[in-house]
Design a protein around this ligand. Structure first.
Ligand SMILES: [Zn+2]
Length: 505
């Protein structure tokens, strides 16, 4: 009999997982999608509600223009085609936190379709960090089936009240908050690729500014559909849906577990049932929650209280104007313009605000490439050693730019810069502050002062002088080093070199 561990190892060779992801993203509008209630997170329960979002009889929804613009912008950033006309539909189901008994969503005519996200394919064979993109592997497009607009449901609170063991409390503040649902094609081949897809997706959405993608507050939620099939088989296996996993890491873990479970069931002669499963992060296992509904269970029909949504060419063009440069394009440009490595471009574009800071600093500096070089050669290593992200760096991008200018103008030497950076990290202070605290040190370009030091150094090392004069010209390095040391690292090394060469003859 094969054990679970055997099948987990066997899975990659004999079985092929097929994964599709559904991501819900909350849009950052000030008000809800069909009423003027606030969307603010953390308000006292059931205070951001009105007859419309409570689903009172006769209350009519009015579509929020900003929600449409945000959804369209996100869809454009995901390379989707925007449908000029899309239709809202009622998705009927009963749930205690869904007071209307239906959710207004979009069904057969969604806002946008046929998009994609490009991901770096990953080396999953070895023991390398799964997030480290493998440079030689090709990039892959993961299709996006659709992006549609819908309203969120409320929240059931199962804990935190004295009678929580008998009762469930309901908070309807979230009811009617605008969401987009982003549905991928089943193009994702591994849990690592799912992780990469989600990382890129979140990054793109954050760049557009339409959501804060805060997973703790539920602004980004992900469900995964996963099935396995014998490698080479065309027909898809029966899928299970894993619901509401609250981090990308857990999605990856849940998929790894679920793939091995499905392979195990099939290998043992069993059949996969279509169902919804929940992931228990503590145990690292998925559990059956309920049999999966089919689309026809929802009795979708066009929402009679809303007109078809029309995003015409003119409106589309206006929205397109607000589309920022997206992370992928920006990375390529950073590599091109600033000569940074692809890896560093990735780090520098991890958030739009960091990329903006870097670019502003680099462009304001005398030599933008030097700023990029300092980030790579002096900043990254120190951050890594300290185990902090670049966004928590004591030295700001402005600080890097200021230090780059000091080196550029010859005011400080590379050695002095290194020492100042060390002090910044020790004191957790930005460059400008530490530079002031240290009395704004300058490398010495005072020729007469340097000549005095040189005379002393030469006089103190007659043996080395003899060797130099006997033809061992590399001894110059020794003298430069001694002079630098005597000047406490503050001499301009180039000038020292010149003066020494002249002096030694
Ligand atoms: Zn309302």
């Amino acid at each position: 009999m094969s054990t679970a561990a055997d099948t987990a190892v066997a899975a990659p060779t004999t079985y092929e997982p097929v994964i599709g992801l559904e991501v819900h993203v909350q849009l950052l509008t000030a008000t809800k999608i069909f009423c003027s209630c606030s969307t603010r997170f953390g308000a006292p329960p059931n205070t951001n509600v009105c007859p419309v979002c409570l689903g009172m009889p006769g209350a009519l929804p009015v579509l929020n223009r900003k929600a449409v613009e945000f959804a369209t912008l996100a869809a454009m950033a995901l390379n989707c085609q925007i449908n000029e006309t899309s239709i809202f539909a009622r998705k009927n189901y009963f749930y205690p936190d869904l007071p209307k008994g239906y959710q207004i969503s979009q069904y057969d005519k969604p806002l946008a379709e046929f998009g994609y996200i490009e991901v770096q394919t990953l080396n999953t064979g070895g023991t390398e960090d799964h997030r480290e993109p493998h440079k030689d592997l090709p990039r892959k497009k993961i299709g996006i089936t659709r992006v549609h607009l819908e309203e969120d449901a409320g929240k059931s609170l199962h804990e935190g009240f004295p009678d929580s063991d008998e009762k469930t409390a309901i908070d309807l503040n979230r009811t009617g908050v605008p969401l987009i649902e982003i549905v991928s094609e089943p193009d994702i081949a591994t849990p690592d690729e799912a992780y990469e897809y989600l990382t890129r997706l979140k990054e793109i959405i954050l760049y557009t500014g339409v959501s804060d993608c805060n997973m703790e507050e539920g602004s980004l939620r992900c469900d995964a559909n996963v099935s396995v099939r014998p490698r080479g088989q065309k027909e898809l296996g029966t899928k299970a849906e894993i619901k509401n996993v609250n981090s990308f890491r857990f999605i990856r873990e849940a998929l790894i577990y679920e793939i091995a479970r499905q392979v195990g069931v099939i290998e043992a002669g069993g059949k996969i049932v279509q169902e919804t499963r929940l992931y228990n992060a503590y145990e690292g296992k998925t559990y059956s929650m309920r049999s999966k509904e089919q689309a026809h269970d929802y009795r979708y029909f066009p929402e009679p209280d809303l007109l078809p949504l029309v995003v015409d060419e003119k409106w589309k063009a206006e929205i397109a104007k607000t589309l920022p440069e997206l992370p992928e394009a920006r990375r390529a440009r950073f590599v091109r313009e600033f000569g940074v490595t692809e890896y560093d471009a990735q780090v520098l574009t991890v958030s739009k605000s960091l990329a903006d800071q870097f670019e502003a600093a680099a462009k304001a500096a005398k030599n933008p490439k030097r700023v990029a070089n300092l980030v790579q050669s002096e900043l990254m290593g120190r951050l890594k050693a300290k185990g902090v992200s670049i966004e928590q760096s004591p030295i700001s991008m402005k600080g890097v730019a200021a230090s780059a200018d000091l080196v550029e103008s010859g005011a400080i030497s590379g050695k002095m810069l290194k020492d100042l950076y060390d002090l910044c990290f020790e004191r957790s202070k930005d460059f400008a502050v530490v530079y002031d605290e240290e009395g704004r040190p300058q490398q010495s370009s005072d020729t007469s002062a340097l000549e005095k030091i040189i005379d002393e150094v030469v006089a103190a090392n007659p043996r080395q002088l003899e060797q130099y004069r006997a033809g061992k010209k590399t001894m110059i390095g020794f003298f430069v080093g001694q002079v630098m040391k005597a000047s406490k690292g503050q001499a301009n090394p180039q000038l020292v070199n010149e003066l020494l060469t002249k002096k030694l003859g």
